[in-house]
Design a protein around this ligand. Structure first.
Ligand code: SF4
Ligand code: SF4
Length: 211
C-alpha cells in the first residue's frame, strides 16, 4: 500500500502515470468477484433488461406534482377582484437571485387596484434567474405572491422567460371584477387582510391554465 500524501503537498506519481490523490489512500479497492471487470459490467446491463421499465408518457400524460411543489408564481386577488399586491418590493429584496422587479404605483379613489395606498404597477419575474426557493413568498406581507404547481417554463428565448404582471395575475373567478374599482369588502383596508379565506376564492390554490 502506498503512503498518504500530506495536505498541501504535491500529489505523488505512481506507476503507469496514475496520480495518487492526497487523503485518498491511493490503493485500488480489493476485487470481490471472480469474474473479470468486463463481465461484471455486462452483468449490470443484463440485470437491467429484466427489470420493470418506468416510462413517463409526457407530455401526452402530464406529470402530477406533489401538492407543495414550487412551480411558477401567481399574484393573487381579493374576493372582489382587487389585487393583493401593494407594491412594497419586499419579495424583490428577499430574492437571492435578483429575479424579481417591482415598481409601485399610487392608488387613487378613481383608480384603485388594491386596498392599500399603493399597488404593483410593474411586476416581473425572470425565470432564467429564479431558483424556485420560495423566499419571495415567505417575504410577502399580504400573501399576494404564492407558487403554483406549473413547471412547464422552458422556452427558447430570453424575452419569453421574463413573465409580466399580466401573465402572473390570478384569473378572475366568478364574483370578481377586474380592477380598477372601489373597495367592495368595506372601506377599511384591514378588513381585506383579516377576512377568512372563502371556498373558491383566490386564497385557495390557483390552477394555472396554459394557453
Ligand atoms: S422563488 Fe426564490 S429565486 Fe425565485 S423569485 Fe422567489 S426568491 Fe427569487
Ligand atoms: S408580491 Fe407581496 S412582497 Fe412583492 S411587492 Fe407585492 S405585496 Fe410586496
Amino acid at each position: 500500500m502506498s503512503e498518504r500524501t500530506p495536505a498541501g503537498a504535491t500529489p505523488a506519481r505512481r506507476g503507469g502515470g496514475e496520480v495518487e490523490r492526497a487523503g485518498g489512500g491511493g490503493a485500488a479497492p480489493a476485487r470481490r468477484s471472480l469474474f473479470p471487470a468486463p463481465g461484471q459490467g455486462f452483468g449490470v446491463t443484463f440485470g437491467q433488461m429484466f427489470k420493470k421499465v418506468t416510462t413517463e408518457q409526457y407530455p401526452e400524460t402530464p406529470k402530477v406534482t406533489k401538492p407543495r411543489y414550487h412551480g411558477r408564481h401567481v399574484l393573487n386577488r381579493h374576493p372582489d377582484g382587487l389585487e393583493k399586491c401593494v407594491g412594497c418590493e419586499l419579495c424583490a429584496w428577499a430574492c437571492p437571485a435578483d429575479a424579481i422587479y417591482v415598481e409601485g404605483g399610487d392608488n387613487t379613489e378613481d383608480e384603485r387596484y388594491s386596498p392599500g395606498e399603493r399597488y404593483g404597477r410593474v411586476y416581473q419575474i425572470n425565470y432564467l434567474r429564479c431558483i424556485f426557493c420560495g423566499l419571495c413568498i415567505e417575504a410577502c406581507p399580504t400573501r399576494s405572491l404564492t407558487m403554483s404547481n406549473d413547471f412547464e417554463l422552458a422556452d427558447d428565448n430570453r424575452a419569453d422567460l421574463i413573465y409580466t404582471k399580466e401573465q402572473l395575475m390570478a384569473p378572475l373567478l366568478p364574483g370578481m371584477e377586474a380592477p380598477p374599482h372601489a373597495m367592495r369588502l368595506g372601506e377599511d383596508e384591514k378588513a381585506y387582510y383579516v377576512r377568512e379565506p372563502e371556498a373558491g376564492s383566490a386564497a385557495e390554490p390557483v390552477t394555472v391554465e396554459r394557453a
